[in-house]
Design a protein around this ligand. Sequence first.
Ligand SMILES: [Zn+2]
Length: 314
Amino acid sequence: MRCSLQRLTRRDSILRGDPSSMRRERVSDDIYVFTSDLYAQVTATAVITGEGIVVFDTLPFPEETRGMLSFLKGLGRGPIRYLVNTHWHGDHSNGNFLFENVQLVCHQLCAQTMLDMLKLRTSQIRDRRPSDEDDVPIRVPDITFDEGELCLHLGGKSLQMIPTPGHTPDSIVAYIREDKVLIAADTMMPIPYFVGGNHMDFIRSLETLLQLSIDTVIQGHGEVLLRGEVREAIQSNIRYLNTIQQRLGEIIRAGQNIEEALRKLDIESCGKSRISLNGMVQDLHYANLRALYQEMTKSNDNLVVPDRQLHKRI
Ligand SMILES: [Zn+2]
């Protein structure tokens, strides 16, 4: 998920970063989750194997990522061997440049987007003074995959990376078979968010997750889900996606416009709490409605801010 940072906390504290605000949780003997309290409870995960450490995503602010790296180094469980980006959004990849001598792995679409961003930034910097968003160096991935899944076998762990388009076209999840832990990234959040992605792809991807035997889900934003909650949480997200499609269909057939839709379809009437992620889910919900309304009516009313523009700052 990508949104403007300024709306979430004061800019000076953001720029300073604050590793003490990062929460750390051990979800199995070998798996640690780090959660940012500075930005939308975004998570990064470290899997400790017998031959080193694999990290999934970075945290949004360099100081938080440095705090995570320092903790992992202190464990004395070997070097970090691989960093995996679950998708290209900056809240999950801004810290890539801090992983020196670590192989960076992601989906081919993720790598392509990062290369496009690098080209765009290079051309923009020629013409103007660099802004804050240019401060974080873009690191180009080393290993990519496109068709099918990628399973990394390392030090007694099988890390199965599965494409799950929906939140973005390049989204992947990682299933740690030995621990039955799913690192779901933004494919699982308190509310599915598909602006810049695809609604129907999202439903298919969530249905794929139901095929896995999962004890723990590490969401891209929000709390870790435990065994009894997992299936219901995935099904709840599928229900939400189906519900907004069905109800928007009714509104469109009745000849009502998007403003009417936004008034009628508050988040709770679509089956989701409005307090998750400190209330940010409501913004995500209304952005979802606008995007889907535009797709269903194929309108060109500029109802949706293009993803790159909406999320320009991170
Ligand atoms: Zn995110």
